[in-house]
Design a protein around this ligand. Sequence first.
Ligand code: CA
Length: 412
Amino acid sequence: MRKAFLKLLAPAIALMLCLTCCASGDSEPWKTITDYEIGEYDGYSYELWKDSGDTTMSIYEDGVFECEWENINNALFRTGRKYDCTQTWQEIGNIQIEYDVDYRPDGNSYLALYGWTREPLVEYYIVESWGNWRPPGGVPTATITVDGALYDIYETTRYNAPSIDGNTTFQQYWAVRQEKSSSGTIKVGDVFTAWESLGMKLGKFYEASLTVEGYQSKGYARVNKNEITISDSVPEIPKGAGPMEPDENGVYEEAVFEQSEDSWQARGDCSVELSSAAAKSGDSSLLVKGRRESWNGAGRSLAASTFKPGEVFSFSVFAMQDSVDEEIFKLTLQYTANGQTDYAGIAEVTASRGEWAELSNASFVIPDGASGLLLYVETDSGTNSFYIDDAKIAVGEEPSEEQTDSQAEGDA
Ligand SMILES: [Ca+2]
């Protein structure tokens, strides 16, 4: 009886399944892959990249794909457009994506419009949704409004990490929605315009792909729609893009580490957190701990739209340690110029145990051609934990000729 009933029902179920499949694109994937593969299908580039773990990606027409991951370290699934790095994004056109994703991450994962440029080598993310952690951490350099949605802007540096040009050091640009979304429009050209107005230069265009990424997690996603439009319309300049303005006292920013880590993040393999164990001002400071190298410390990125080459700024931050009799602290600027990472010393101070010592330079000139700026506190040697407080960035005083000479020497 039961069997007969099922037999009767079978064609109906088959029809229903077909309707469901047809409604979301195709019934059968063109191809299902489980390992690294890069290729083209139906006008879209596709790529499955992973370093380890179990991955499955089924590719359909119109950039539609379905993916699943488990036991991975890092895996990316994507369909989009790839280019040969001969044109800037402006030469290619104003990119917009209409998308719709059934996104079910379990753990750390991002849903993003993603890609790369060369010269400079940049990995970029426009993050629409994420799993249990909102990337990339820290406090944004700016917040912009694109198509009515708020996105936080971040710039980070990856050291000796996998890239389209092998393992190397490069900048990551981020625009991360404040509220998760898994369907709608991404005005990619508007975000690119905002980045560039903030001094985050993009190079020769390699890729724009709708991407599902997993990191030490598992999950499932089905991209039901990935419609790319490239037009010759001019992107809008999003609200919130552009340079920082100093207040009436000439101060751009003062980080007191009372409510938040402000814009400061861990640099290298260490961590930062607010601590009430020590304070120069108020009740807390920023503790830097778990350092493995003397260059590990606390830093913040500086938007190149404000911190332009040749312009003068005043930097000041207090540092304290209670591990050794004396420690030499250094305030350093890391930057990229002519495609290479370089460092300029801003200030240096010797701090006795338990003493808040000031690292300051009222007339620091941003080096020629510098972009990808990172201001950070490190120590001359050792890996002891330390505290910083009252980090202030202000309008600089024009340097004397002597200072200009000594800075030029310091750079060399
Ligand atoms: Ca404080």
